[in-house]
Design a protein around this ligand. Structure first.
Ligand SMILES: O=C(O)C1=C[C@@H](OP(=O)(O)O)[C@@H](O)[C@H](O)C1
Ligand SMILES: C=C(OP(=O)(O)O)C(=O)O
Length: 481
């Protein structure tokens, strides 16, 4: 299934050329089906929740345990960042299906004189610098080559306005060094968060430790990913911090202790997007278990977003979300400023609807040009390379009717571009996804889970449930049908 090829990355692609750690370019033959799909899966924990709870646990007033946390590249980088700043994080026997629980012993005094590796994780490069300002000594930040292109300037300027000393040689991007002095005054600060909500969440998460807390005022015209800011407020409040949004585009966090918690992480609902969309694309139904009845995760919006393509979504009393499609796949006109994270999958569905003669417009996602790659440019290029008719809009993508064919789908080191290629390849024969391994950013089990879904009842291969291609260790999170 995984074919290693040398030097067949996308020309001129600075990262995301599909190079594995060994420098090989890998191509993954996307599983293809020509019958409705049926499956039931459990997914690992949310990247966004795990990252926030690691930070708040490291700043808390006593030790706490994260049950069933995410283990992925982004969460591992966050664990290492918290360790580098002085927290003790131990793996303890897991209570979930996807690896160890994490016991976190916080640190009263954050330690500096260290380096933080951010990889390509927006949450690490944005959420950790405010903590570094509270540490004693310099903290150097860097990441993947493409991470150096992701915007940081509004956050670095806001931190400077709050009293932090940061040297970035005017780059407004990685690499930079935060010269921590052990305290940060805090107070009122303006930030233009139109490129990323993470600038706001970063300031709020560390603010209980600022002398005066923080009053963040957003100055830009647009504010993307608002549910992620609400997630930050909710995570703070659940630990006894006074945190609120007194007006649109303004947030307040009072200084004070952060309570320790033992908590169980929700599954990553955004990572459910390609799996649920498999049923939208092929017909049939896919169920994700342990879907929370109430959540701050934007992935919960899949329940409405996917119905725009002709699917139905039903959340059962025992917390299983089933997405089904029995009628026709339709096109959709969606404005998704809150859900940029879901947009690559949605654009993938739009490309598949284009095969049936439908036009779709997905707007409000201009900020995704600053995600793991320029997602608008990447999606348009890859859909066109397979024969599709996609166009970049000022703040989104329009997909017009066209028939797709097989070919190489480049991932640009972006997990969500890679999974979108897998979704398209499910319907279109002969799609090879370059660098499927980049899904390890938030879901290292993606290829195995995807294969298991294809191998489930209803698969073209015969319909009986099979674990073909899966390692024994993955069986525990596969559910019976
Ligand atoms: O706070 C978070 O955990 C995130 C916020 C969002 O970032 P943007 O506001 O940059 O879109 C989202 O897209 C990202 O995947 C995770
Ligand atoms: C935008 C994303 O990630 P990051 O946290 O790196 O910004 C994403 O996961 O879609």
């Amino acid at each position: 299934m995984l074919i290693a090829k040398m030097n067949q990355g996308k020309d001129g692609d600075e990262v995301g050329s599909g190079e594995s750690l060994e420098g090989e370019v890998t191509h993954w033959a996307a599983p293809h089906m020509s019958a409705p799909i049926y499956g039931r899966l459990q997914l690992p924990a949310s990247k966004s929740l795990t990252g926030r709870e690691l930070i708040l646990s490291a700043l808390a007033d006593a030790p706490g345990t994260l049950h069933a946390p995410l283990h992925s590249r982004d969460s591992d980088l966050m664990v290492e960042a918290m360790r580098a700043l002085g927290a003790r994080i131990e793996e303890v026997p897991g209570t979930g299906a996807f690896g160890a629980d994490l016991r976190i012993t916080p640190t009263d005094e954050l330690t500096g004189s260290t380096t933080i590796e951010c990889g390509l994780a927006g949450t690490v490069m944005r959420f950790v610098p405010p903590l570094a300002a509270l540490a004693l000594g310099p903290v150097a930040f860097d990441g993947d080559p493409y991470a150096r292109k992701r915007p940081m300037r509004p956050l670095l300027e806001a931190l400077r306005a709050l009293g932090a000393d940061i040297s970035d040689e005017g780059r407004g991007a990685l690499p930079f060094t935060v010269h921590g002095t052990g305290t940060l005054a805090g107070g009122r600060v303006e930030v233009d968060a139109s490129l990323s909500s993470q600038f706001v969440s970063a300031l709020l998460l560390a603010a209980p430790r600022f002398t005066n807390g923080v009053h963040v005022v957003h100055t830009g015209e647009h504010l993307p990913s608002v549910p992620h800011i609400e997630m930050t407020l909710a995570a703070l409040r659940a630990r006894g911090v006074t945190a609120s949004s007194p007006a649109t585009g303004e947030w307040l966090v009072e200084p004070g202790p952060i309570a320790a918690r033992n908590l169980r992480l929700e599954p990553d609902l955004s990572n459910a997007a390609p799996f649920l969309s498999a049923a939208v694309a092929l017909g049939g139904s896919v169920t994700i278990t342990d879907w929370p009845a109430e959540t701050t995760q934007v992935g919960d919006q899949l329940r409405t977003i996917l119905t725009a393509f002709g699917a139905t979504a039903e959340l059962s009393a025992d917390g299983a979300l089933t997405v089904s499609r029995t009628g026709d796949l339709t096109g959709a006109d969606l404005h998704l400023p809150e859900a940029g994270e879901l947009s690559p999958t949605v654009v993938g569905l739009a490309a598949l609807a284009g095969q049936l003669g439908h036009t779709s417009r997905i707007t409000g996602i201009g900020h995704t040009r600053h995600h793991e790659t320029n997602r608008l440019e990447a999606l348009v290029a890859e859909i066109r390379a397979l024969g599709g008719d996609a166009h970049e809009l000022e703040d989104g993508i329009e997909v017009r009717p066209a028939t797709l064919h097989g070919g190489v789908w480049h991932s640009y080191a972006d997990h969500r571009i890679a999974t979108t290629g897998a979704l398209i390849g499910l319907v279109v024969a002969g799609v090879e996804v370059e660098d499927i391994a980049c899904t390890s950013k938030t879901l290292p089990q993606f290829p195995e889970l995807w294969q298991a879904l294809v191998d489930g009842p209803g698969a073209a291969s015969g319909g009986s449930f099979s674990l073909g291609g899966m390692s024994a260790g993955t069986t525990s999170y596969l559910k019976g049908f």
